[in-house]
Design a protein around this ligand. Structure first.
Ligand code: AMP
Ligand code: MG
Length: 392
């Protein structure tokens, strides 16, 4: 049995960036990182662009100009202005080549076809130069840049419709257990409804992992072996729920051994989630999470989360941790460090009743986990405690 810190370090060191490329329509690329540098296919702006609603002028030494036409945004024509002439122009419209400044409409006096300005203007005033933002062929965004809404808008403004991003892992979710039934079935004696796959599916969706493949298997060694062999060869990450403990019908550990999965750890000194397995085979990561639902989800947030972020080449891989004052007491039994379901807000953090690894009811109400290290057996009101914020 290893410590939580050792287990976290092993997940960090054994989970490698999944250096696979995916090409996505730009509108579906939010949250991904760029796999390659993106060069701009155009000058942006592509033409000399008016930054204001106003008048484009061919400057001369006088403050009075003659109005000779108009250019709206999107117009393709180029009026020719002689010195001392002006055209009405609007934001985003192409400034004629023969104009060399734009003045805001609020700063001119119009008398029929005559326009008077107050002060002399400098050249290029209120004109966005060709390629001012980025020039054709120059770097628009570098490899590894996160595609935020702004980044997507920027690339779209360059006429880019597809981007090359780091592919997200293909993930198999395998649930084990003879006792598990689907929600549409009526419960027979001794059975329970299967919940871990829906729970983990949503935890993965929250983190924007959608390439999920679901499997279920009975507590049968041969069937467990054959499904595991298949999913390990086909996916980047395999998450197994249940069947990893010490019961006579827990076959996952034996099957993983038979398949020569390299074990990095099995059992962690923690509560909940002691029977946790992490291993790899070739480039596939394998987590076997305890079947008890609250333990399963806790292990997902503490360990699988790290592996997922590492696979995506991210540097911030753990859930955020903050310090907060406890609003209630808690006494721990036993010597294992503990993750406690809790509610965190501006007043501090409240540890909930009902910490059993089999119960999801309190987990459903919590937005945080309080971490109780090995040397702390009692939390008093107002103690500073470590709070792990859940990504809900
Ligand atoms: P196991 O780890 O297989 O020994 O399962 C531990 C406990 O978790 C048992 O009470 C199981 O019935 C329960 N359990 C296992 N898998 C699931 C699941 N997918 N959904 C809900 N409960 C489960
Ligand atoms: Mg089981």
């Amino acid at each position: 049995m290893i410590s939580i810190d050792e287990a976290i370090d092993l997940v960090k060191s054994k989970s490698k960036p999944l250096l696979k490329e995916a090409v996505l329509p730009i509108e579906k690329s939010g949250g991904y990182l760029l796999f390659k540098d993106v060069l701009s296919p155009i000058n942006m702006p592509p033409f000399r662009q008016s930054a204001m609603d106003g008048y484009a002028l061919h400057l001369h030494n006088d403050l009075t100009y003659t109005l000779v036409g108009e250019v709206k945004a999107g117009d393709g024509h180029q009026p020719i202005l002689n010195k001392g002439e002006a055209v009405r122009i609007f934001t985003g419209a192409a400034v004629p080549d023969s104009a060399n400044a734009v003045i805001m409409q609020e700063k001119v006096i119009i008398n029929g076809s005559e326009l008077v300005i107050e002060n002399q203007l400098s050249e290029h005033h209120n004109i966005r130069a060709i390629g001012e933002q980025v020039k054709k062929g120059d770097l628009a965004l570098a490899k590894d840049t996160k595609l935020t809404p702004a980044a997507i808008g920027y690339l779209a403004s360059l006429g880019i419709s597809q981007v090359s991003v780091y592919k997200k892992p293909s993930i198999a979710l395998l649930t084990t257990g003879n006792e598990l039934m689907e929600a549409c079935q009526s419960l027979s004696y001794g059975k329970i409804y299967e919940s871990n796959s829906k729970m983990l599916q949503n935890a993965l969706y929250n983190l924007k992992f959608y390439d999920l493949h679901f499997h279920k298997v009975e507590d049968d060694y041969g069937k467990t072996l054959s499904i595991l062999q298949k999913v390990i060869s086909q996916h980047d990450l395999v998450i197994i729920s249940g069947g990893i403990s010490v019961g006579d019908y827990d076959f996952v550990g034996k099957a993983l051994q038979e398949l020569h999965v390299e074990e990095h750890f099995y059992t962690v000194k923690q509560k909940p989630g002691k029977p946790l397995f992490f291993g790899t085979k070739n480039d596939t990561l394998i987590f076997a999470l305890p079947g008890n639902p609250a333990a399963s989800l806790t292990c997902f947030y503490i360990y699988v989360h790290i592996a997922l972020q590492k696979m995506m080449n991210k540097t911030d891989v753990e859930l955020p941790r903050v310090k907060a004052k406890a609003t209630n007491e808690f006494t721990r039994f036993g010597d294992r460090p503990q993750f406690l379901k809790a509610i965190y807000n501006n007043d501090g953090v409240t540890i909930l009743e009902g910490q059993s690894s089999a119960m999801l009811q309190t987990f459903a109400l919590s937005n945080a986990l309080v971490f109780v290290p090995e040397h702390v057996s009692k939390i008093e009101i107002n103690d500073d405690v470590e709070v792990i914020l859940l990504p809900n």
